[in-house]
Design a protein around this ligand. Structure first.
Ligand code: ACO
Length: 333
């Protein structure tokens, strides 16, 4: 039987910084309010000509190099994004494949908002365990600045740009395997977080209003409450189903939406500060890119070692949610 191993991580963050002070000059807010309510101090913003696929390709290139797997062996590329280069086609994953010089792999995007990276992991795991694919590049990439309304202080303070990527490949060693991935969705709560315009649900005259067509709208306070509940339940369920105790988790990597949400969830689950991975302060909420960017952060700071168990936990527009038990399993050189 083939198992799916999480081989490597890479990430890319644009160099341009948008600080809370910068935002206070754009909307009626302050560094103090944003810091207290969200924990965010700054976020990264892509250049005008820098697309989601550019960031995704840069993150993927690093993940590929670190994996030690030749790009000719990659047989699938999946990109989680709600800010694709083009809303209808081609997929961002297909564009990334060309930017990486990969021409024969299956490539497609998925839309699960902030849960996107957990969703792509579940797809990669299934394809590898079924024997259909062997080496899959999974990417979360977002240019949220392109779909953020910078006159809406309720949302523009939260979001940033960036990308993260990983290589998931087949192994026969069960000890290396991604243990489990849970995913779910409930469209009843669709209106909590949405880009209401620009799709086939829009009137044609709305489609012509390109500048505002895809801006995100959010009922922040209601989203906050559902987020804490869902993120906590996700973890309780996946740990129980796999008979794993929270003390066995080396790195708890929650979606980086808001420090208050992360703290509330961490406390409810009895996670120590050492277990909880935090990047929200410097990147804000990068939706589908947030979890792989956070994993990259612990990798680059030397905190992620081979064999250590990560617990990923995400929540986002849809509503969608998901969790994953993932040992870090680089190829032994
Ligand atoms: N600066 C100053 N004041 C503000 C700001 C701001 N940026 N934004 C809102 N306020 C005001 C409101 O107008 C309100 O004022 P009022 O009391 O006079 O009416 C007051 O602050 C409180 O507003 P709330 O919305 O209740 O503030 P809250 O404490 O809930 O914080 C926030 C807002 C930060 C958005 C929070 O609700 C949140 O983080 N929600 C969850 C976001 C999230 O997790 N999204 C999911 C993933 S995103 C995805 O899937 C793409």
């Amino acid at each position: 039987m083939a198992y799916a191993a999480f081989r490597s991580i890479g990430a890319y963050a644009p160099s341009k910084i948008l600080s809370n002070e910068d935002l206070a000059k754009m909307v009626d807010t302050s560094d103090e309010w944003i810091t207290k309510r969200t924990g965010i101090k700054e976020r990264r913003i892509a250049e005008d000509g820098e697309f989601t696929s550019d960031m995704g390709a840069k993150a993927a290139q690093i993940a590929l190099e670190r994996s030690g797997i030749d790009k000719s062996k990659i047989d699938m590329i999946i990109c989680a994004t709600i800010s694709p280069d083009y809303f209808c086609m081609p997929s961002t994953a297909a564009i990334i494949s060309t930017k990486l010089g990969i021409s024969n792999a299956t490539a497609f995007d998925i839309s699960a908002a902030c849960t996107g990276f957990v969703y792509v992991l579940s797809i990669a795991k299934a394809f590898i365990e079924s024997g259909m694919k062997k080496n899959i590049l999974v990417i979360g990439a977002e240019k949220l600045s392109a779909i953020t309304d910078y006159t809406d202080r309720g949302t523009c303070i939260l979001f940033g740009d960036g990308a993260g990527a990983a290589v998931v490949s087949a192994t026969e060693d069960k000890n290396e395997a991604i243990i489990d991935v849970h995913t779910g969705a409930d469209g009843t709560f669709a209106d909590l977080l949405m880009s209401p315009n620009g799709g086939s649900g829009s009137a044609h005259d709305t489609l012509e209003q390109e500048a505002t067509s895809c801006f995100m709208q959010m009922k922040g306070n209601e989203t906050f409450k559902v987020a804490v509940k869902t993120l906590t339940k996700d973890v309780v369920d996946i740990l129980r189903d796999n008979s794993i105790d929270s003390s066995e988790i080396k790195h708890f990597v929650p979606h980086q939406a808001n420090l208050r949400i992360i703290k509330a969830v961490g406390e409810a689950l009895g996670m120590s500060d050492e277990q909880v991975v935090l990047t929200v302060e410097k990147y804000g909420n990068t939706s589908g890119a947030s979890i792989p960017m956070a994993i990259n952060d612990i990798y680059e700071s030397g905190r992620l070692q081979a064999g250590e168990l990560m617990l990923l936990d995400a929540f986002g527009g849809g509503l969608t949610w998901g969790s994953a038990l993932v040992p870090f399993a680089p190829l032994q050189k």
